[in-house]
Ligand binder design. Structure first.
Ligand code: DLL
Length: 439
């Protein structure tokens, strides 16, 4: 989708792209097959869990003769990572592991991943490719507000900014007032953070009397949580920037598994020279054709320390043909995760569907949370949304009623919409917690 905001940055010229970004589909697939065969051999030989799972499934690395043969391999899930916690899925000796990251997860043990020096170099160059696709280039200043530490966002983005030859401002998340001050003082060209945190930062600018459209920022590379094209539009208008989508997950690498291209802004291109994506039916586990909506699955093609074979991400999307990079497929902007889906009296609903509708009503603010509760034996959903500080309560109340009606029409659920005072709801400092289950 294109937006009304004229770009303040330019896409890379063909000569600035990596050679792989210019490959044809056939060349990419040939490269993928060679790398898939190597990865499968490496995982089978060095990770006992893969040896056992392949043997149980009656498949051997020599059976992988075409890309379609990937479907013969068993899936890997978060449960496999938990079972082998902390380092059981590392495929190289610990002495060759240069860095460890972990994702906290919502329950139980964290997921631990490792990188060799070579993995870190490839990760840096893929984030650099992602930032370049977003319109960032050497010589620009980049404010990195992804959290540093075990989360892959901060250090992953950091390495990419350096690999691109841009100037990194390693701010990390939180301390919002300070973020605003440093944006004003250091005049970065670009900001990297979650979309919900950029909203928090824009509000903090307004609170300090700064017009968010007046800063030096030209582009934002946003990810780590689902967000809609309506949110893109909101952020682009409020901050006078281009907002691009960066996708990734720790188990597969971290940020930079895919990224949108500035020219098209039509969902992240998957960097298919390093990752083989599939979409499957989450129930039957059958592979789905491109274009069908389902669960995204990845096989890494170049990872040494932590190869993943058919890792089930739980993210829901569809694979589409490449546009700005015709050799690589795109994924549609993620609707949500299997685990975020709310089942309300038999109707499936994603927080992004509500986000889309909220942002379609001008008199509403983008600050809302979803609360699930139980009235007797019935589940109910309340959208708690902050009223617009500059509009009358009556105007906001009627906008809230419009929202309830639109949710009924578009999603099929009856929900309550409750207006809150400006500033009453928690603000994001990273990945935003949108849903509160009080049942
Ligand atoms: O969130 C890696 C990352 C950092 C990506 C910074 C982009 C920017 P995890 O903490 O392991 O890793 O969480 C991965 O976050 O499975 C998705 O559900 C969600 N996610 C990540 N990027 C996007 C995106 C990082 N662009 C999980 N759109 C993934 C929607 C996203 N969801």
């Amino acid at each position: 989708m294109t937006t009304a905001t004229p770009s303040r940055v330019r896409p890379p010229a063909p000569s600035e792209l990596d050679p792989e970004e210019r490959m044809t589909r056939a060349e990419i697939e040939q490269l993928q097959l060679e790398r898939l065969q190597q990865t499968v051999r490496h995982a089978y030989a060095n990770v006992p869990l893969y040896t056992r799972k392949f043997d149980d499934a009656g498949v051997h690395p020599d059976d992988i003769r075409t890309l379609a043969d990937v479907e013969r391999l068993p899936f890997t899930t978060k449960a496999d990572l938990r079972e082998t916690y902390p380092f059981g899925m590392f495929a190289v000796p610990m002495a060759d592991v240069a860095r460890i990251h972990a994702s906290s997860g919502t329950t139980g043990r964290p997921t631990v991943v490792g990188y060799t020096k070579g993995d870190l170099d490839r990760w840096g160059s893929l984030v650099a490719r992602s930032l370049r696709a977003s319109g960032i280039r050497a010589g620009m200043k980049v404010h990195n507000a992804y959290g540093y530490g075990l989360f892959t966002g901060g250090l992953g983005a950091h390495a990419g900014i350096e690999a691109l030859g841009a100037t990194v401002i390693p701010m990390s998340g939180g301390q919002t007032a300070r973020q605003v001050q440093l944006i004003c003082d250091f005049e970065p060209d670009a900001i990297l953070c979650t979309p919900s945190y950029l909203l928090t930062i824009a509000d903090a600018m307004v609170a300090q009397g700064i017009d968010p459209r007046s800063t030096s920022l030209k582009v934002a590379v946003l990810g780590a949580e689902p967000w809609t094209n309506e949110m893109r539009h909101e952020l682009e208008q409020r901050l006078d920037i281009d907002a691009l989508d960066i996708y990734g997950l720790s188990e597969v690498m971290g940020p930079g598994v895919g990224n949108e291209c500035l020219e098209t802004k039509d969902g992240p291109h998957v960097w298919e020279d390093h990752f083989l994506p599939e979409v499957i039916d989450g129930e039957t586990l059958a592979a789905l054709p491109d274009g069908d909506l389902g669960e995204l699955v990845f096989t890494s093609l170049t990872k040494e320390a932590f190869p993943v074979i058919r890792y089930r991400t739980r993210d829901l999307t569809r694979l589409l043909p490449g546009t700005a990079r015709p050799g690589m497929r795109r994924m549609e902007k993620i609707t949500g995760r299997n685990d975020d889906m709310i089942i309300l009296r038999g109707v499936n609903l994603f927080p992004t569907q509500i986000e889309e509708l909220v942002l379609g009503i001008e008199q509403l603010t983008p600050h809302f949370i979803l609360e699930l509760s139980r009235d007797g034996r019935m589940d109910s959903l309340t959208v708690r949304i902050e009223r617009h500080p500059e509009l009358s309560v009556e105007t906001c109340q009627s906008a809230a009623e419009v929202l309830a009606k639109r949710i009924k029409v578009h999603v099929g659920s009856t929900v309550a919409v409750q207006l809150e005072e400006p500033g009453a709801l928690p603000r994001s400092e990273g990945k935003y917690k949108r849903v509160y289950d009080l049942r």
